[in-house]
Every structure is written in structure tokens, then in C-alpha cells.
Design a protein around this ligand. Sequence first.
Ligand code: NAP
Length: 350
Amino acid sequence: MLLILLLLSLLVVLFILYYGRSSKRMPRNWREFTIELKYQYYGGMGFLADVLMKFKNHEDLVLKPGKVAIVTGGNRGIGFEVVKKLLLCDMTVVLGVRNPEIVKKTFEDICKAEQRKGKVVIETCDTAKMESVENFAKKVQERFSEIHVLINNAGVMCTPYSKTKDGFESQMAINHLGHFLLTHLLMPQLKAGGLKNDSQNVRILNVSSCVHKAAKMDYDDFHMEKFYYPVDSYNKSKLAQVYFTQHLDELCRMSHLNIQVHSIHPGIVHTDLFQNCSSGYFPWIQKLFYKTAEQGSRTIVHAAMSPKLEGHGGTYLSNCRIAKATRNQNESRKLFEYSCEILHVKDFMK
Ligand SMILES: NC(=O)c1ccc[n+]([C@@H]2O[C@H](COP(=O)([O-])OP(=O)(O)OC[C@H]3O[C@@H](n4cnc5c(N)ncnc54)[C@H](OP(=O)(O)O)[C@@H]3O)[C@@H](O)[C@H]2O)c1
């Protein structure tokens, strides 16, 4: 009994210490507390898996001259490392970023200095704004008739509550809805890439997270007007990406499109993503123990390249291996149909 009391007291002290200087606000009620616990649990499990699977976390780069990849948010963090690797594979990489001018020079320098044969095209794409996503898709369509890899990578985590111009809660808009719309708009080019499939299926990759397992969709309050806890919204947006992956892959498979879709957990990675939810006490912990952005890029590049994954669409990947995700056929269809409805998408596969 004494031991349990001691453990509980220790937990409370740790909790207060953690939130005392964390950039994340403390849970204010039981519901927020349980969401937080689940998030910490699945995040902790993800971290443990990274440590145990460290030696499996390897990708093989395959030369792909003439192939086109689209990456959202490739200007920093994990996406930046992904883009550099795709360029090493001689691919043409189109970046959809919020501030193209800032990154143009960086990539020009990288291509020159490291003699990468791949080409970079940088366009504006703000996944929080559906109009920006539409404009980006138009620019891509004007330039490319085929797309071979689409990496829906851009993301934010634990941001304070805000609604986008289109009326969506912002984490759900940036992480899921913007990418959902982009994928729909680029479907003709993705299908064309699949039709001329010479070596491998076209790959659509949704960069999700292990914490999707802590979430449950709530269609009565999809825009989180009644209840908002930042972690909850992040978890839900990542679950939406997993469900989107599963249903889209099924549709592609049924239509024999030579397109396969994966969701990915890149690992627990030391990037700016944690700016709204890191402990102020031990900032060095993340740097020391988390994956680097380069290590975080490996599962994504593996998903884009690996011949071993051919025909294994619909799966969730972590540490360059197929892993267990939340899976529910009805929920996946429901999420897909609901996303179509609120984005006014009539025929997703058009
Ligand atoms: N780091 C981790 O431990 C971890 C774990 C699991 C999953 N993930 C996922 O991995 C992906 C990449 O995260 P990261 O760790 O590399 O984070 P990061 O370093 O913060 O990078 C986020 C990227 O997303 C872009 N972005 C944010 N909002 C955007 C918007 N509205 N429109 C277009 N681009 C936007 C950012 O561009 P700006 O420069 O314009 O802001 C940046 O390029 C995210 O989807 C994240 O959820 C990360």
C-alpha cells in the first residue's frame, strides 16, 4: 500500500514538474488527462520501438531518373531530408511549401554542391488553405502529366485552437484535409503514372504517427468546437490519415490502378514539430535520444522506393517495416466519405 502511494506521489510530482515549464498546457479535467495519458503511452511505445528496431531502420536508395515525386512541407525537418534523398535518386521533386522564396536558394546550393542529378521545382502550397492546395495542384498538372510518388508530409502538432478560412479546425486541415484534397486533385496524374507502370506501383504516402492509436474520430464535433485539447486534435488528424490510407488503397486495388497507399510513422524525431509540446526542463533529452531528421526520413524513403513493399499497399510502416495500425474498414470508409462531403469532392477517383 505504501509503495503504491509512493509511486502515485512520484507520478504527481513528475507530472507537475513536466507541465511546470512545458510549452504544452496542463490537462484541466479528467477527459483531457486520459487523452494525455494515452498520448504519452503510445508516444513512449513508439520511442521504445525506435530503440529496439534501430538496426532495421535502413532504406535502400534506388535510382529513378525521369520519375516525379511531390512532397508537401519539404523545406525543413523530416521532409527536407526526404527531398535530399529523392534528389540523390535522380528524381524530379516538386515541393509544396508555404514560402518558396526562402527555400529556393537552399536547394539550388544543395544540388550544385552535392552534384545531385535530380531536379527541384518549388511551388507555394499551404495545406491549411484549400484554395492554395488547388492552385498548387493546377501548377503541378500544367507541368507534369504523370506523378510516381506523392508524399503528404507537411504537419503541425498541438497548436492552439484556430479555425482555417474554410472553417476547419487547423490541425485537421493542415495534417489531413489539405492532403486529402491534394491527393484527389492529383489523381489523374497519379493514375497516368500507374498506367505506364514499368517497374513499380505509384506510391502515395501519408506521414502519420504512432499516436494515431490514441484517437477515436468524433463526427458530432469534427471541427472541435465543443471540446478542444491540442493533443486530441493531433491524434485524430493522424488517425484520419491512417483511415484515408486504408480506404484509398482499397479503391485503387479494386480499380486495378497500379497505385498503392501507405501510412507511415517516421519515429520520434528531434524536429521543430515539438515546439508546442516540449518540456522546458530537459530540452537536451530530445536531442540526445530522439531520432535525427535524417533517421526519421528513412521509413518514408523506404516506402517510396522499396521493391519489397510492392503489392503491400494499405499498410502502416514504422522503422522500415510493416507494423500494426488501427484498422477498421467501416470507420475508414466513413472518414473517407465525410472528408469528401465537407470538401465538396463528388468523385474522388475521377
Ligand atoms: N517529429 C516527430 O517525432 C514526428 C513523429 C510522428 C509523425 N511526424 C510527422 O512527420 C511530418 C513532418 O514533421 P517534422 O517532424 O518534420 O516537423 P517540422 O520539422 O515541424 O516540419 C513540418 C513541415 O511541415 C510544414 N508545414 C506546416 N504547416 C504547413 C502548412 N499549413 N502548409 C504547408 N506546409 C506546412 C512546415 O513548413 P513551414 O516551414 O512553412 O512551417 C515544415 O516543412 C508531420 O506530418 C508530422 O506529424 C513527426
